[in-house]
Design a protein around this ligand. Structure first.
Ligand SMILES: NC(=O)c1ccc[n+]([C@@H]2O[C@H](COP(=O)([O-])OP(=O)(O)OC[C@H]3O[C@@H](n4cnc5c(N)ncnc54)[C@H](O)[C@@H]3O)[C@@H](O)[C@H]2O)c1
Length: 250
């Protein structure tokens, strides 16, 4: 129960990996705030695990300030920030070089966590064991196709930002690390037929690309996030933990 009593804010908590992190943190005794653009599913997860919920668009800086004000009023500090909200790398209608998708993916995957760390910093400074975990992707390190170019590039920006913030926030004892998942169940936000195609594609490529020959499970990634968020990793900062079944070891 290494997260007992720790105040944790998890973005992207309405489903997928973010909800799995919420589940695990709740079992570890954390005090959880979930944040997501997606309202009703987020409130349902929050009710199930006994968490607070903030409707927050990570690209909206003022929304971050409101969420931090609410957490400050309730707890006076923040112990853990998990930046898990992200937008899919699947190529959409606009195709490979669609400009608006480029801007959207950078705003959600890179600028969102930047705003998060910026506005969480004053509250994290008041914690006795503060930590940030950013969810990147193996796409930050290798070209995974088919995927929109902005997906890997924006995750690489977040990977770099994590290392820089680890060095800067260390002055206040705040650790910053990232977790890079490999191939997981497909992200939400896709039409049913696109999700089916993406799932079939993943099942077919994992046998040749992933040494462990299977798609990862959200809980396997959540366990890595838990380790980096908790005092168990008290001397770990500025690192990226790949949870990819060996994908990038080849
Ligand atoms: N699924 C994979 O194969 C995979 C692989 C590597 C990394 N990742 C990363 O893991 C994280 C979680 O992905 P997932 O698989 O659970 O996908 P998901 O689509 O199920 O979850 C992403 C969540 O982010 C939320 N979100 C999107 N835009 C937002 C915004 N502007 N503001 C607030 N919330 C927003 C969505 O509503 C959703 O709840 C993402 O950062 C993703 O890039 C996923």
């Amino acid at each position: 129960m290494s997260l007992t009593g720790m105040v944790c804010l998890i973005t992207g908590g309405s489903g997928g990996l973010g909800a799995a992190i919420g589940d695990l943190f709740a079992r570890e005794g954390a005090i959880i705030h979930l944040a997501d653009l997606s309202d009703a599913p987020g409130r349902a997860v929050a009710e199930r695990i006994g968490a607070g919920f903030h409707r927050l668009d990570v690209t909206d800086e003022s929304a971050w300030m409101r969420a931090m004000d609410a957490i400050d009023a309730e707890h006076g500090r923040l112990d853990v920030l998990v930046n898990c909200a992200g937008a899919s790398g699947i190529i959409g209608d606009g195709g490979l070089l669609d400009t608006s998708r480029w801007h959207t993916l950078f705003a959600i995957n890179a600028t969102g966590p930047f705003f998060g760390m910026k506005h969480a910093w004053p509250l994290l400074r008041r914690s006795s064991a503060p930590s940030v975990v950013n969810v990147t992707s193996i796409s930050a390190a290798v070209a995974v196709t088919p995927a929109h170019p902005a997906y890997g590039a924006s995750k690489a920006a977040l990977s770099s930002l994590s290392r820089i913030m680890a060095v800067e926030m260390a002055q206040d004892g705040i650790r910053v690390n990232s977790v890079a998942p490999g191939i997981l169940p497909v992200m939400s936000g896709l039409a049913d037929d696109a999700a089916e195609r993406a799932t079939a594609h993943r099942e077919s490529v994992v046998r040749t690309t992933v040494p462990l020959e299977r798609v990862g499970d959200h809980l396997e990634v959540a366990a890595a996030v838990r380790f980096l968020a908790s005092p168990d990793s008290s001397y770990v900062t500025g690192t990226e933990l790949r949870v990819d079944g060996g994908f990038t070891a080849r």
